[in-house]
Design a protein around this ligand. Structure first.
Ligand SMILES: *Cc1c(COP(=O)(O)O)cnc(C)c1O
Length: 434
């Protein structure tokens, strides 16, 4: 299986090269050349497959023979060492909990898978050391730090905006040490992202270092996110209802993976991209115009993205046909006030504590179902992070303290170690002397 650049000005590459490069030399995102539907029989008998077996079926055409079957199965086994339960809340509304991994956000799946692929590719040949450079608005940093910790031949450098991530998130990315370095940027997430982009274009750096990204632009982080849409189907299949997924979206990698799952034949009726006030995509569906904007800070900070990088992949999946896209996708935006009210409502109604991102997903689902009501629909919103990661937002709203899970208790006591930087020159200097 080869991958082409969506900018169409770079050579096709193998899975391995796509993973190592991250972004194509023409700055385009990589996209698989072919997408083969899975056998009917697989869907008919999915309940007899373990999650690991399902994941193998789903990913194998994309990895092809670049990782031998036995190794790929091992990578999947190590990636998926936690559960993905569907929890029913209201009539026709359930949530798919994606937060049972080590950093309690869905990004653990992609980060763990990608780290292990890079590890394998590093072992098979004596390659130059790889430096993973990543900007985070909150959750990416922790998941990447945890996923890559101790992986040989890989150094990880994480940029995060000072004072704009939650305490738990900050601890998760600044306390691990070893091959992980956190750079605390005096600026916004957009500043962090801009610095990372500049570094990827800086010949002084790329002639010296093997830089790669661990954002969802990397195919090894993006594609494994298909897995849990299948896991949800496995749990919901016997209800014989139309599945409608609402995905709290920022960079649109997660929802784009769901759309790939649909391409593989997974019976998903409709997608809802639920966003905070960073509403580029809801506006696109309304006006047909894609207008990127600087991101605005919200209480669902992992979705504070003003120019979602994966949206071009979504357009590619639906052949740049807006009518086709609208058949499969609705998108709504919600304010922080609405999000807080939703957290309260879910708690009062279902005695369930949602995090701000999940609450945005809930709102999108409710809105869609109210406009397209149908007894044959089963709505599922993704709970993309555990509420404990957003204590300062959630606790006052539900007026209750949240018990720290053991993953978090461990990390919260550790000492933060970060290097402060305020401009690109400082980042460059740091990278060059690493
Ligand atoms: C990253 C993240 C999102 C957004 O996911 P995208 O794939 O960027 O759309 C939503 N919720 C949480 C908790 C996240 O960490």
């Amino acid at each position: 299986m080869n991958f082409y650049s969506l900018n169409k000005k770079a050579p096709k590459v193998s899975f391995k090269e796509a993973v190592i490069k991250g972004l194509a030399p023409d700055k385009g995102l990589y996209f698989p050349e072919k997408i083969k539907s899975l056998a009917k029989d697989f869907f008919n008998h999915i309940e007899y497959f373990s999650n690991k077996e399902i994941a193998f079926e789903v990913i194998k055409q994309f990895v092809s023979d670049e990782i031998p079957e036995k190794e790929l199965k091992k990578i999947i086994k190590e990636t998926l060492n936690f559960d993905f339960p569907v929890v029913f809340l209201e009539e026709n509304i359930a949530t798919l909990e994606l937060f049972h991994g080590p950093t309690m956000a869905f990004k653990d799946v992609g980060a763990r898978f990608m780290a292990r692929c890079l590890d394998y590719f590093n072992k098979s040949k004596s390659r130059k050391k790889v430096t993973v450079l990543v900007a985070t608005s909150g959750d990416t940093g922790g998941a990447v730090a945890s996923g890559f910790l101790g992986v040989k031949g890989v150094d990880v450098v994480i940029l995060y905006p000072s004072g704009k991530v939650s305490d738990v998130q900050e601890k998760q990315l600044t306390t691990l040490g070893k091959n992980i370095t956190a750079l605390e940027v005096n600026g916004t997430f957009d500043d962090c992202q801009a610095m990372v982009k500049t570094a990827f274009l800086d010949t002084d750096i790329i002639s010296n270092k093997n830089l790669t990204s661990a954002n969802s632009i990397n195919v090894a982080r993006w594609l494994p996110q298909m897995f849990y849409f299948f896991f949800a189907y496995k749990q919901l299949k016997n209800k014989h209802k139309d599945l409608i997924f609402s995905i709290p979206s920022g960079n649109f990698g997660n929802i784009c993976a769901g759309m790939m799952a649909q391409k593989l034949g997974l019976p998903i009726k409709h997608f809802i991209a639920s966003t905070n006030v960073n509403d580029v995509v809801p506006n696109y569906l309304k006006t047909g115009k894609y207008n990127p904007k600087p991101s605005k800070q919200t209480i669902s900070n992992a979705m504070d993205v003003g120019d979602p990088s994966n949206f071009v992949r979504i357009l590619e999946i639906y052949n740049h046909n807006d009518n086709e896209l609208k058949k499969h996708l609705s998108s709504y935006s919600f304010t922080d006030d609405e999000t807080r009210k939703a957290i309260k409502l879910i708690k009062d109604k279902s005695n369930y504590v949602a995090d701000p991102h999940g609450a945005v997903g809930y709102l999108g689902l409710k809105k869609y179902l109210s406009e397209n009501s149908n007894n044959d629909s089963q709505g599922i919103f993704l709970e993309t992070a555990h509420p404990v990661k957003f204590l300062d937002v959630v606790e006052p709203v539900i007026n209750q303290t949240i018990k720290l899970p053991k993953q978090i208790e461990k990390v919260i006591k550790k000492k933060k170690i970060a290097i402060s930087i305020s401009n690109y020159e400082q980042l460059k200097k740091f990278l060059l002397k690493m």
